[in-house]
Design a protein around this ligand. Structure first.
Ligand code: SAM
Length: 471
């Protein structure tokens, strides 16, 4: 039991972490009040300072780890405590899966008010090196960690940072000495590019002055083929510089199959250029999800953990329980991967999606895979998913919905309640908003089962699939 003490902002106290809460924070209770502490896990005893005071909870910063949880492990990566990429490296993978299952289960019980069984999260075969895409940033503004600033020996000898954004900072880059999210060559290539630039006086991008050359190094690898793409995003179009760098890269890393240069000469910070040039190979990679092959261009959306995406889609397909003459709707279809996945066992599939280029990609993917029973409509779901659409395309026997983090617009949820679809599958990347929507949907549908799927080991994120049937 924690002693009853001041819970004002700035108060310092000793806390025993009892649970893992939303966004991966550890949670302690004092006089029934929840105190969230990032970087902790159940079993830790910490000295912490209250940094945010809200009516029903507090947020605190860990000042000292007084007693480690018996489950705590040493993070694999030296940057784990400061880099926003992997906030759960101190938690063993099996425990991460348990916490994720618990998180989904809590949302279903507390937010949706349902007793639906939540199955144990399906884990990733790889707990590291699972990403097929990394987008490293390059900057002349290096983010110094508190440890570096305090250290007597530290010399900031480089104004060339290559790594990931410091948490919450658009302008500061955490210079990485290691990263274990993508296969090993990925980080070696980043280091090679950085050293090459330093040796050849190629400047990093300066976001404030809008000058310099190199902005991002993006790497895309394939799971089912040997394709390997390096995409160098630059502020200027300098063919000679790019040609020489590409040749050096290909010589040092024969694994590379294509090199692309996105030229982003605008002020927006994205890796999508105004135009792109291919310096080596075809300019795209090929990969597969299930039976389908995808041509993936540098800026196309593609699930970032291919092996887990297959598991996720298999759960969705199993929950859909398709019959060959079913009419299927795929709401929020992105580039149509789930639509294609469903098409094999259905009469026809309609995918609906907001983003123009995603719909273009979806049509392209269908054509490339010679799938003729899918079609796509572009538009905002709340506006285009209407009774007229249903009359035109036919009433759905099965409906898949995979909305963004915010969940579905209330108008869309209401339409689904009116439409009374016999079978529905809800795929979600945020179980709290899914639970909010399920609460309303459960007036018309039985929510039979929920299966969490872990696409992002070492992070607190978890996908979940819910199986619904008309009451
Ligand atoms: C979680 S992704 C789904 C991706 C896809 N099902 C897949 O597995 O690759 C959500 C998609 O919803 C789209 N979206 C977001 N808001 C939307 C809206 N209001 N109407 C239609 N689509 C929307 C996004 O562009 C994104 O492609």
């Amino acid at each position: 039991m924690n002693s009853p003490i001041s819970l004002k902002k700035g108060a310092e106290l000793t806390l025993t972490i009892e649970g893992a809460a939303f966004k991966g924070k550890g949670v302690a209770k004092v006089d029934g009040l929840a105190i969230f502490v990032p970087g902790t896990m159940p079993g830790d005893v910490v000295k912490a300072r209250i940094v945010k005071r809200r009516k029903s909870y507090r947020e605190a910063k860990m000042l000292e780890l007084l007693e480690e949880s018996p489950d705590r492990i040493t993070p694999k990566c030296q940057h784990a405590n400061v880099c926003g990429g992997c906030s759960w490296q101190h938690v063993p993978y099996q425990k991460q899966l348990e916490f994720k299952t618990q998180q989904v289960s809590d949302h279903i019980r507390r937010i949706a008010g349902l007793e639906t069984p939540v199955l144990p999260a399906l884990g990733s075969d790889k707990a590291f090196y699972y990403r097929n895409k990394m987008e490293y940033s390059i900057s002349n503004k290096r983010w110094l960690t508190e440890e570096e600033i305090r250290s007597d020996d530290f010399v900031d000898d480089t104004a060339f940072a290559a790594g990931l954004h410091a948490p919450g900072r658009f302008d500061k880059i955490l210079n990485l000495n290691e990263c274990h999210l993508q296969r090993e060559e990925s980080f070696q290539i980043l280091q090679f590019v950085k050293n090459y630039c330093l040796e050849h006086d190629i400047e990093p991008f300066n976001i404030f002055e809008k000058e310099g050359f190199l902005r991002h190094v993006m790497i895309r690898t394939a799971h089912h083929t040997n394709d390997f793409m390096v995409n160098l995003v630059t502020f200027r179009d300098e063919p000679d510089t790019m040609k020489a760098l590409s040749e050096a890269l290909v010589e040092a890393f024969p694994v590379i199959t294509t090199i692309v240069n996105n030229v982003n000469d605008q002020h927006n910070p994205t890796a999508i250029g105004r135009y792109e040039k291919v310096y080596y190979g075809t300019g795209f990679i090929r990969d597969k999800i299930g039976e389908f092959e995808f041509k993936i261009h540098p800026n196309a959306f593609f699930q970032t953990n291919t092996a887990q995406a297959e598991k996720l889609y298999n759960v969705a397909r199993e929950y859909a329980d398709l019959k060959q003459d079913d009419v299927v709707y795929d709401l929020y279809c992105g580039v149509g991967t789930l639509s294609l996945y469903m098409s094999l066992k259905a009469n026809k599939v309609l995918g609906i999606e907001l983003v123009d280029v995603a719909v273009e990609n979806a049509r392209f993917n269908a054509k490339e895979n010679k799938v003729e029973n899918v079609s796509f409509v572009r538009g905002d779901m709340k506006d285009v998913f209407t009774q007229e659409m249903v009359e035109q395309f036919g009433a759905p026997d099965v409906l898949i919905t995979d909305p963004p983090r915010a969940g579905m617009h209330p108008d869309v949820v209401n339409r689904l309640c009116e439409l009374k679809v016999p079978k529905m599958v809800y795929v979600s990347c945020d179980s709290s908003t899914m639970a909010r929507d399920l609460k309303l949907l459960s007036e018309v549908y039985d929510v039979l089962e929920v299966q969490p799927v872990d696409m992002f080991p070492q992070t607190y994120h978890v996908e979940a699939v819910a199986k619904l049937r008309l009451k």
